[in-house]
Design a protein. Structure first.
Ligand code: SF4
Length: 449
């Protein structure tokens, strides 16, 4: 049985295939989830999956084909499968095997708009990514997520009911002077907040462009939610880091502006205010880890959600697409250390093995053994049974509404349940959130010339 990836190298909607292929005999990297993790509608697919003799492509692919191929035939060209680079369980390779696209959150968000002929869009990633697709989709394009419990922990610490009270206090104090810049890792509700204040969305690849643009508007900037990307961006732009103020840890609950470090005086003098969330995957890296590898002649590349001390020492810093391009361009004999999500590094390591260069994970410093480590556990809640189940249920017109992604949904990732806006509220939210996304696209495209 062939397990190669039958995709061409032509970019689809601006996204080029990774070309990663499943390896015969090598078990799929997947922690089997307990059955009670699945929605009742998806549980039968999980039971079948758990009953397979092993996780090798030889076992999994014929089972998966039995559900995915009929759905592909049923929907034809109207079906679009999407996955993020960080997906575990070989979903990246599986999605490409079925003709889907794999990329970072910026490129994924543009996919519905780039391919208006796609009417059924199924994403294996976290909720904010699927919602970003939905925000830019046409009305006749329906977006689905394979597992509604898949959330980004950084976004989960910046829900609208956490950020809005702080934004209200800041708006009361600074009025029209306040401008919100929302990182892509936010819900549509926070992107709409950015739009309402005249602000923009940004990603890790264009945060410097967006913040630079925002500073030129002479506003009081409020960067949500990643404090580290905010600090790294400020450092890149030469801003005075002493005049950054990080708001209290959102896990501590409500606060008053007077409680912020330095009090109201610090807030008034701040060049930029930062929401206090972060990514648990990227903040495990330390400057000592970078030094350890560099002392042994390795080139260290990191993602800008890492801490400033790590970013300042690294040999290269950039978005997930930047990191993958470095892997694509690596030459035989190169030695790369990558500080980002573990499944991504695992795929890069295999690519290096195939093409004659070495890749290690930054967190392996001093451990003496290879480990994929630091995976995005919440994103990996999307697994082969979720993919098979949602596609089969969509084909039968029985897909659970809990997997349907509408702009403005607020998701409880413990249950997967969503608080849904009514049509009028949603239209209003889409208008503001789109404005902030469009602004980002304009700023980014203008910089590209
Ligand atoms: S790696 Fe971090 S920022 Fe990215 S989706 Fe996972 S938790 Fe969110």
């Amino acid at each position: 049985m062939s397990t190669s990836t039958p995709t061409s190298n032509a970019p689809v909607g601006g996204v080029a295939p990774t070309g990663l292929a499943l390896e015969p005999g090598l078990p799929i990297c997947q922690t089997d989830l307990p059955l009670d993790w699945y929605q009742p509608e998806l549980r039968p697919y999980a039971e079948e999956y758990l009953a397979l003799p092993d996780r090798t492509p030889e076992s999994v692919l014929p089972w998966l084909d039995g559900y995915v191929r009929p759905a592909m035939e049923h929907f034809g060209d109207e079906l679009l499968l999407l996955a993020h680079f960080y997906m575990g369980g070989e979903i990246v390779k599986l999605v490409e095997r079925y003709g889907g696209s794999v990329s970072d959150s910026y490129a994924l968000a543009l996919q519905a708009r780039a391919q208006p002929e796609k009417k059924v869009i199924v994403e294996s990633a976290v909720h904010f990514m699927a919602e970003s697709v939905a925000l830019l989709a046409n009305e006749d394009q329906a977006v689905w997520i394979t597992n509604p419990k898949a959330g980004c922990t950084m976004e989960m610490l910046a829900k609208d009911y956490m950020v809005d009270p702080a934004a209200d206090m800041l708006l009361e104090r600074y009025g029209d002077e306040l401008m919100v810049v929302a990182y892509m890792n936010t819900s549509g509700r926070i992107k709409a907040l950015a739009g309402r204040t005249g602000g923009a969305v940004c990603t890790s690849s264009n945060a410097h462009l967006v913040v630079d643009w925002a500073r030129q508007q002479n506003k009081k900037l409020f960067f949500v939610p990643d404090q580290h990307l905010g600090i790294n961006t400020a450092a890149r732009l030469g801003m005075d880091l002493e005049r950054l103020v990080t708001l209290p840890d959102p896990r501590r609950g409500a606060f008053r502006l007077e409680d912020v470090d330095g009090g109201l005086a610090a807030l008034d003098q701040a060049e930029m205010l930062l929401w206090g969330s972060e990514c648990g995957v990227h903040t495990v890296f330390s400057a000592d880890m970078v030094r350890w590898w560099q002392a042994r002649g390795w080139r260290v590349l990191v993602h800008p959600e890492s801490k400033l001390e790590v970013v300042e020492l690294a040999d290269g810093v950039g978005s997930t697409n930047f990191l993958w391009n470095e892997v694509v361009q690596a030459k035989p004999g190169d030695r790369l250390v990558i500080g980002t999500e573990g499944h991504f590094v695992r795929n890069a390591r295999r690519e290096g093995k195939r093409r004659g260069f070495e890749v290690r994970h930054l967190a392996e410093a001093g451990t003496g053994h290879a480990a994929s480590g630091c995976g995005c556990a919440t994103m990996s809640r999307n697994d082969p049974p979720h993919l098979a189940g949602i596609l089969d249920l969509l084909r039968k017109d029985e897909a659970p509404d809990i997997c349907r992604v509408l702009a403005g949904d607020s998701v409880d990732e413990r249950t997967g349940r969503r608080d849904r806006l009514d049509n009028t509220e949603r239209a209003e939210l889409v208008r503001h959130a789109r404005a902030s996304l469009e602004r980002m696209i304009e700023i980014t495209e203008a910089a590209r010339g």
